[in-house]
Write a protein that binds this ligand. Structure first.
Ligand code: HEC
Length: 150
């Protein structure tokens, strides 16, 4: 039994293509992935925004859930900008990204770090803290889009 499992794992390792180090089959697939990640960011952010503005009833547990999600989803898009050929894979990404990849990735890291601050602010239950952290978080979007998104 053990031997069979081992043989199975060995076969899997041998047959695994080199691209298996990423989750993407090709550049187009990577574009789809990062766009899907940005949509998740947008949805989770918009819900917090509406609650802060009072457009929908404020619900601390829901804010927390959204902020927790943002901590994860803001880490997702960046890997999909580093797949071979992805700059030709379509989407709204400007070619400048790959000329300034370090700057671009730093902005991505900052977004994720600010999501962490937002999460911490949500945990305090202090609405002013939340509003401030949300403002800082939201500023990242336009700043990056102005430079790097069509
Ligand atoms: C570091 C740069 C950067 C930051 C920060 C950033 N974005 Fe983007 N965003 C992009 C790029 C580049 C694209 C275009 C991706 C593509 O089409 O391949 C994009 C695309 C999008 C899209 C369109 C996705 C689709 O379906 O085509 C949405 C929505 C979006 N971003 C929302 C946000 C929100 C909300 C934030 C802030 C919370 C944010 N982005 C922060 C760079 C960024």
């Amino acid at each position: 039994m053990k031997k069979a499992i081992f043989a199975g794992i060995a076969a899997l390792l041998i047959s695994t293509p080199l691209t298996a180090a990423t989750a993407f089959t090709d550049a187009k697939d990577a574009v789809k992935y990062r766009q899907a990640a940005f949509q998740l960011i947008r949805h989770n952010m918009a819900d917090i925004n509406e609650m802060i503005k009072g457009e929908v009833t404020y619900d601390a547990a829901r804010v927390q859930k959204r902020a927790d999600a943002l901590v994860l989803v803001t880490t997702l898009p960046w890997e999909a900008f580093q797949v071979a050929g992805t700059e030709q894979g379509g989407g709204d990404a400007k070619a400048d990204i790959w000329k300034n990849l370090d700057d671009f990735l730093e902005r991505g890291e900052k977004l994720a770090a600010d999501a962490g601050t937002l999460q911490a602010a949500a945990q305090t239950g202090d609405k002013n803290e939340l509003r401030k952290a949300f403002g800082n978080f939201a500023r990242n979007c336009k700043a990056c889009h102005d430079n790097y998104k069509e």
